[in-house]
Design a protein around this ligand. Structure first.
Ligand code: URP
Ligand code: ZN
Ligand code: ZN
Length: 465
């Protein structure tokens, strides 16, 4: 089956081209200024549209068990929502398993979650919940046999690592060709503040934000950067960066050629701490929390300058009804996380490209090409080159659309983006040559998504990605 995408403007992370694009089966087969419709079985009219590599969201939590609750989007509804927002690949962060379990245990659990459910291609980040010799040994087979070439460790929550274990882990990940990703928040600060606030009767959502101030995140970022340096400049990826001081520390490390990359999320660029003062402030409980407006401005500077490399969502959904039931007078009882997997591309396009802050190519770099390079998916994903998977998003840069949760495809009961006006919106998504979303309708299939066996980590910071 050959599909011709005709008349569009192709955009990749290197530039823009007025070219037609021919798909043969699951792959991009040819680009040329004028390909005859007679070469194809069907033609998609892309006049006025941008044709870009499908989005890669490297930070989701589908079906995650966080102990007090399970996130309500599973690999079907979560990837369906992703597809309807122009995302064609996700890399999900595995949740913690039973105490003492090995790395393969959670991998098996996650394969079972995703296998017959995902509508787009997917992989997982391994999760580190304790360190011993057996875990360090097992990392090699996770990378080389299982195709899991990135791992997340936490500096807060139940299974956070101590410095000695972080150091051992970072050294070993470098050795086996994997990228360390870190949730950086100072556990002692978080718990000290939470206990104090609750004892003082301060259970409203705003106290969640005040219990985890920017310095609490920045301290953990600085500490991990130094440990990564001491581990022989082990590669490090900072997830969900939310503040400017942390970004300054990252810049300093990058300036010294330390192999360090950073991710932020639309909520840290576009929503601020005042949301917690709304009557349903529980909607916005996530960690790190939303910050004062001034932090958003600093993140935008970093995004434009190239200090921040990716924009992901951290999609992790708990219904508002459940949040109210569990945590109406105590923010510490509220499961953490925000929806957003369907809105990432449109929000960043609207607030980044349509406002003139970033170019369309930089948009592709942040949402697709850089994630593909960093997480072992390049060149199969993240570009428009012949031979790559025909994972595409067709984007109408001129249309205006207001986000209403009723139009979205997740399974939660609200959107933090309700009422937000997007300038530019995805109109079609193709996954390996198949149209899975078109003009507001999901047209894909559960179980069509494939597990992606990712390559070991090889990026260098000195090479601008
Ligand atoms: O609050 C958040 N971000 N929940 C998801 C888990 C995590 O820390 O990324
Ligand atoms: Zn995290
Ligand atoms: Zn997360």
């Amino acid at each position: 089956m050959k599909v011709l995408i005709k008349g569009g403007t192709l955009v990749d992370d290197a530039g823009e081209y007025r070219q037609d694009l021919l798909i043969d089966g699951e792959l991009i087969s040819r680009l040329a200024p004028d390909i005859s419709p007679s070469e194809a079985d069907s033609v998609i009219d892309a006049r006025g549209l941008l044709v870009m590599p499908g989005g890669i969201d490297v930070h989701t939590h589908f079906n995650i068990d966080v102990g007090i609750a399970r996130s309500c989007d599973d690999f079907f509804t979560g990837t369906r929502a992703a597809a309807c927002g122009g995302t064609t690949t996700i890399i999900d962060h595995m949740g913690f398993g039973p105490a003492g379990c090995n790395l393969h245990h959670q991998l098996g659990v996650y394969h079972d979650y995703a296998q017959n459910s995902a509508v787009i291609d997917y992989s997982f980040h391994g999760v580190i919940q304790h360190i011993d010799d057996a875990i360090l040994e097992e990392l090699a087979s996770m990378v080389h046999d299982e195709g899991i070439s990135s791992f997340k460790f936490y500096l807060t929550y139940q299974y956070h690592l101590q410095d000695r274990d972080t150091l051992r882990l970072l050294q070993r990940l470098k050795e086996v060709g994997a990228l360390a990703t870190v949730h950086p928040e100072n556990d002692a600060v978080v718990n000290f503040n939470r206990r104090r606030f609750i004892a003082e009767g301060k259970g409203a959502p705003i106290w969640h934000a005040l219990s985890r101030p920017a310095a609490c995140e920045a301290e953990a970022i600085g500490r991990t950067l130094n440990l990564a340096h001491l581990a022989g400049d082990a590669p490090l990826y900072i997830v969900h960066l939310s503040n400017g001081l942390g970004l300054d520390y990252i810049r300093l490390a990058q300036a010294q050629n330390q192999p360090v990359w950073a991710e932020t999320c639309p909520q840290y660029l576009l929503l601020d701490i005042n949301r917690y003062l709304e009557p349903d402030g529980l909607k916005y409980i996530l960690s790190p929390p939303l910050r004062p407006r001034t932090e958003q401005d600093k993140l935008w500077v970093g995004l434009v300058a190239g200090d921040i490399d990716t924009v992901a969502t951290d999609h992790c959904t708990f219904p508002l009804a459940q949040r109210r039931e569990m945590a109406s007078d105590d923010f510490t009882r509220c499961p953490n996380g925000l929806p957003g997997v369907e809105n990432r591309m449109a929000l960043l396009f609207s607030e980044g490209v349509a406002t003139g802050r970033i170019s369309r190519s930089r948009f592709v770099a942040l949402t697709s090409a850089n994630p593909a390079r960093l997480f072992g998916l390049w060149p199969q994903k993240g570009n428009l080159n012949p031979g790559s998977d025909a994972d595409l998003v067709l984007f109408d840069p001129e249309c205006t659309r207001v986000i209403h949760h009723a139009d979205l495809h997740d399974s939660v009961d609200y959107s933090p983006w309700e009422g937000f006006t997007c300038h530019g919106y995805p109109v079609m998504t193709l996954s390996r040559g198949n149209i899975i979303y078109q003009h507001g309708r999901f047209t894909g299939q559960a179980g069509r998504g494939r597990f992606l066996h990712r390559k070991p980590f090889t990026c260098q910071r000195s090479v601008q990605i």
